[in-house]
Design a binder for this molecule. Structure first.
Ligand code: ZN
Length: 369
C-alpha cells in the first residue's frame, strides 16, 4: 500500500502508519500549541500517540486470535480514524469469528482495568467525562479513552467489532448468508438512528452514520457472493473465450491483442498449454513507455498467478482473487493446461445473472413476503 510507512513487523504482520495519520498528529500538535504553548503541544501529542498504541494493541488482539485459527494477517495500518487489520479471511465457524471479534475490545478492557487498578482512589468516574481537561492526569484520560474504544467498537454494526459479534451470534442459529443479511440490516438501522442523532446534536455523527451504512451494504453483498460461490463450480463461471500470448510474444504483440479484443489481462501460455504468467494492461502500457515495444512479455508479466481446477467450487477461486489481490485466477484441467480465466468483472456479471434469475422466478418483492 502506498502512502503508508512500514514501522516494523510483529509475528509476520507488518505494522504500517498511513501518511494522513502523521499529518493528523502534526495538525493536532499545532492546535495544542496555539492553545497552551510547547508544553501543551507535547502533552497532547503524546496522549494521542498513546491512544493509538492502544488501538494498535486492539488490532493485534484480533490478529493473534485469528492466528489461532490459522488465519494470517498481512498488515495492520493506523489511520487517523483507527486501525485496520487486513486479515486473509474471517474464520468460517461462527464460534471462532466471535472469538476473533471479541479479542480486540478485550485488549482495551484489560488496559483500562490495569490503569484503573493502578490509579486506585485517584481514579474518579467523574473525570471520565472531562477527557479534554488539561488538569486530568494522563493515566485517567487513557483509561477513559480505552473505555470509549470498547463502547464504540461494541456498537452492533459493521465495520465495528460489535457487527461481527452480532453476525457470529446470529450465524449460530441460522445459515450464514441470512445471518449476515440480518446483521447488516440491524447495522443500517443503527446508522439511521445515528444519522438522526447527528442532525439533532452533532454533525460528526452523520459522517459516521454514512460510513456504517455503506459498510453494512458492502458486507451483505460479499455474503451473497460467497453463498453463490459455494453452490457454483469454477467451470460454470469461468471465461472460456479469450486470447492468450505465446512465451515468445513481445509487448508490441500484446498491444495488438489489446486493441483486437476486449480483454485487459492476457495469459502467457507455453508450448505445453501451461500458464506461465499474466500480462495486465497497466503492465503493458508501463513496459511500452519505459522499455519499448520489443520487450519480451516474459520479462514484464506477473508471475505466481494462482490456479484452480475447473471442477472445484468457486469459493476457493474467489478467495484467491480477493485475498491476494490478483487480477485473474487461471483455471486448469487435470493435466495443468489452461482452460479458462476468472476475473473480478466476470464474477460480478455472474452475480448480476444470478440475481436476475432469482428475481424472475420469485418476483422482486418475494424477499418482503
Ligand atoms: Zn476491532
Amino acid at each position: 500500500m502506498r502512502w503508508s510507512l512500514n514501522v516494523g513487523s510483529i509475528a509476520g504482520t507488518a505494522i504500517r502508519i498511513h501518511v494522513t495519520f502523521l499529518l493528523f498528529l502534526v495538525w493536532l500538535g499545532m492546535i495544542y500549541y496555539r492553545q497552551g504553548g510547547a508544553e501543551a503541544a507535547w502533552q497532547g501529542t503524546i496522549f494521542i500517540v498513546l491512544i493509538f498504541l492502544c488501538v494498535l494493541l486492539h488490532e493485534l488482539g484480533h490478529v493473534f486470535a485469528a492466528r489461532r485459527y490459522g488465519v494470517k494477517t498481512r498488515d495492520v495500518t493506523l489511520w487517523p480514524f483507527g486501525g485496520i487489520a487486513s486479515m486473509e479471511r474471517m474464520p468460517d465457524k461462527p464460534g471462532e469469528e466471535l472469538v476473533v471479534a471479541v479479542a480486540g475490545p478485550a485488549v482495551n478492557v484489560v488496559i483500562a482495568a490495569v490503569l484503573i487498578l493502578w490509579l486506585g482512589p485517584r481514579f474518579d468516574l467523574e473525570n471520565l467525562t472531562k477527557i479534554e481537561n488539561p488538569a486530568v492526569s494522563l493515566a485517567v484520560k487513557l483509561a477513559a479513552a480505552n473505555i470509549i474504544l470498547v463502547l464504540f467498537n461494541l456498537i452492533p454494526a459493521f465495520p465495528m467489532d460489535g457487527g461481527r459479534v452480532l453476525r457470529a451470534v446470529l450465524a449460530m442459529r441460522m445459515d450464514n448468508t441470512r445471518a449476515t443479511e440480518l446483521a447488516a440490516t440491524i447495522g443500517q438501522g443503527f446508522a439511521v438512528v445515528f444519522g438522526i442523532l447527528g442532525i439533532l446534536y452533532n454533525p460528526m455523527l452523520i459522517i459516521i452514520a454514512a460510513f456504517i451504512f455503506l459498510a453494512a451494504s458492502g458486507e451483505a453483498t460479499q455474503a451473497q457472493l460467497r453463498a453463490v460461490a459455494q453452490g457454483t463450480l469454477v467451470s460454470d463461471a469461468m471465461i472460456t473465450a479469450f486470447e492468450s500470448l505465446p512465451t515468445s510474444a513481445t509487448v508490441s504483440d500484446a498491444a495488438d491483442a489489446l486493441i483486437r479484443t476486449t480483454q485487459t489481462e492476457f495469459p502467457v501460455v507455453d508450448g505445453t498449454g501451461h500458464l506461465r504468467g499474466v500480462l495486465t494492461r497497466d503492465a503493458m502500457i508501463k513496459a511500452l513507455k519505459q522499455r519499448g515495444p520489443e520487450t519480451p512479455v516474459l520479462e514484464v508479466m506477473q508471475r505466481d498467478i494462482p490456479t484452480v481446477l475447473a471442477n472445484t467450487k468457486l469459493d476457493a477461486a474467489l478467495r484467491a482473487l480477493m485475498q491476494r489481490g490478483q487480477p485473474v485466477v487461471g483455471v486448469t484441467d487435470a493435466d495443468g493446461k489452461l482452460t479458462g480465466l476468472l476475473t473480478v468483472e466476470n464474477l460480478g456479471e455472474m452475480m448480476m445473472l444470478h440475481t436476475a434469475r432469482a428475481e424472475a422466478v420469485s418476483g422482486p418483492w418475494s424477499k418482503a413476503n
